[in-house]
Design a protein around this ligand. Structure first.
Ligand code: HEM
Length: 527
């Protein structure tokens, strides 16, 4: 048979390799041009690719923690408040920045900057919702969801429910009569606390702290369904349906949890409709969910109304966003208070001075608990429960970034070129927050401090900010009133070492924060 002598397998492989190498070099040059040749981080894949996002964070791969891991080095190469992240082997290039001015420019202008499609897709496991929609569709969702949060009776109800859930938790866990006890997993407790609170105050769903009492659908309780789905919410959104029928136990369980949640959420909608939510006499007529349904009923028959599937998706999103973020930053704040006893003492003194002796805090006390609020803001600044936010311009534009010498730098952006607002970087930007790695709650009492941006900014600012802060300050106030919070130090470990461990042992799903850690609670003798 005729054969070309030099076309052996090794030669073919070499040619293929050369083609690939040239292709990658050209793609890399193109990526560099797309980000205006900004220096920065280089990995095998960019964070804006499936392998880049799914493989763990390492020297070679960004994973979902790269902005955290690089928190002290991310801008070193540029020396500016902007840099780029490019994958040698694939994924769209990314411009990232740690400047509040840039965050406000981008987030404040929705007509130019919007969420890219892959961000939209990542939180639409149940279909479109207020988070997972952009330009055209988002106002429809926001209009229906917003009235629930604009209701003046919601926040006093959140405060009262925080107190009730606190006592329910202490009694069920049998901690109420202990002079000291250990919370083995603080993250699990704050997560459960925040889920129960949004379920009750937001949706009128009563969940007893004792899970054995919960109703089961497909063998799972509602909190279990959330536990299973919130760790894999992106998989639920991006994997094709057929993959959930493959013989892999974790995927099957995920699918079961998703189905159970859909049944539960539809049941809640149907049940509330049957009760007649819009009726002024209904006891539940002022919670987030009832007002959402009421707003939707008022649009019935028009294009502005949400479909039942969109309602299910928004209810899921609110329950998820309403607990994953708050609980992670609450756990971080408790960890930080534990390793700063002097600051904890100051917060305790404030609680003592604000509260009437022997009484529970009232909603009016909230405004006066400014140092406790500062503790939560500082926890959120140091451990942002949302690590980054992504936007891309709808058409070519220019971003103005503060330069080293005070002169702004202009960075041109082509349509669809993503910019990441790095909340870790913004929070630890020494120009904006002096001594950025230290836990200094009093900085939030100074009116000249750059306001906290972790709840976002502009038209798509977090709808649940007041809900989260009310709940967090209420719980912190109760814990500070009743207990001294201490870390469990290993032999020879200092408080600084413990804090360093809190920063090293972190993870990110929907929310970011410290991994499970224990705390020792010792009842205050003055009670
Ligand atoms: C510490 C707690 C929280 C933090 C740090 C936080 C942070 C954020 C951020 C950064 C965004 C903007 C996301 C983006 O545009 O890509 C956002 C949006 C949102 N948050 Fe929160 N959030 C918290 C608590 C809550 C709570 C308690 C709720 C509900 C009860 C909630 C509901 C929402 C909703 C519905 C949106 C989408 C708003 C829109 O796009 O119009 N969040 N949140």
């Amino acid at each position: 048979m005729y054969s070309i002598p030099f076309l052996s397998w090794p030669v073919l492989l070499l040619v293929a390799f050369l083609f690939l190498a040239v292709d990658r070099i050209v793609a890399y040059r193109r990526s560099l041009a797309a980000v205006s040749f900004l220096p920065g981080k280089r990995y095998f894949f960019s964070p804006f690719s499936i392998p880049g996002a799914l493989f763990p964070t390492s020297r070679w791969n960004p994973g979902n923690l790269w902005m955290w891991v690089e928190r002290r080095t991310a801008y070193r190469k540029t020396g500016e408040e902007v840099a780029s992240c490019i994958g040698w082997l694939g994924g769209a290039p990314v411009v990232y920045n740690n400047s509040p001015e840039v965050a406000k420019q981008v987030l404040g202008n929705k007509t130019i900057w919007d969420k890219p499609q892959n961000v939209i897709d990542s939180l639409s496991a149940f279909g479109p919702n207020v988070f997972s929609t952009n330009q055209a569709d988002w106002p429809r969702h926001r209009r229906i969801v917003a009235p629930g949060f604009q209701n003046g009776t919601l926040y006093p109800a959140v405060w009262t429910e925080t107190i009730n859930t606190y006592y329910d938790c202490l009694a069920t866990e049998k901690w109420e009569n202990e002079s000291s006890f250990i919370i083995p997993n603080v993250v699990a407790v704050t997560s459960k606390f925040a889920l129960y609170l949004i379920a009750k105050s937001g949706f009128g769903i009563d969940l007893a702290w004792n899970e054995a009492l919960g109703e089961r659908i497909q063998g799972m309780t509602m909190p279990e369904c959330f536990e299973v789905t919130s760790g894999s919410v992106i998989l639920l959104s991006v994997l094709p349906r057929w993959t959930f029928y493959l013989p892999f136990k974790p995927l099957r369980r995920l699918h079961r949890a998703r189905q159970a949640l859909e049944i539960i959420l539809r049941g809640i909608i149907d049940g509330r409709r049957a009760e007649g939510v819009a009726s002024e006499s209904s006891s539940n007529n002022k919670n987030i969910f009832s007002l959402l349904l009421k707003a939707n009923d008022e649009e019935k028959g028009s294009k502005a109304a949400l479909s039942d599937q969109e309602l299910v998706s928004n209810v899921y999103l609110l329950l998820l966003a309403g607990h994953e973020t708050t609980s992670r930053s609450l756990a971080a704040t408790l960890g930080l208070l534990a390793c700063h006893p002097d600051i904890q003492e100051k917060a305790y003194e404030e609680v003592q001075s604000v509260l009437k002796k022997g009484s529970d805090p009232t909603f009016d006390d909230f405004e006066r608990l400014t140092f406790v609020q500062g503790c939560f803001f500082e926890g959120l600044r140091l451990f942002p429960s949302s690590l980054a936010m992504i936007r891309a311009p709808l058409s070519d534009t220019v971003l103005s970034v503060p330069g080293k010498d005070g002169k702004p730098i202009s960075i041109p952006f082509k349509a669809d070129q993503a910019v990441w607002i790095d909340w870790v970087g913004v929070g630890r930007n020494a120009r904006v927050y002096p001594d950025p790695d230290s836990f200094i709650p009093s900085r939030w009492l100074d009116p000249s401090t750059e306001p906290l941006l972790n709840f976002s900014y502009g038209p798509r600012v977090c709808i649940g900010r007041r809900f989260a802060v009310t709940e967090a300050v209420g719980l912190l106030c109760l814990l500070l009133r009743d207990y001294e919070i201490k870390p469990l130090l290993k032999p020879g470990q200092s408080l600084q070492d413990w804090r360093a461990e809190l920063e090293t042992e972190v993870d990110a799903n929907v929310g970011f924060g410290p991994k499970p850690f224990p705390l020792k609670m010792t009842r205050r003798s003055s009670l």
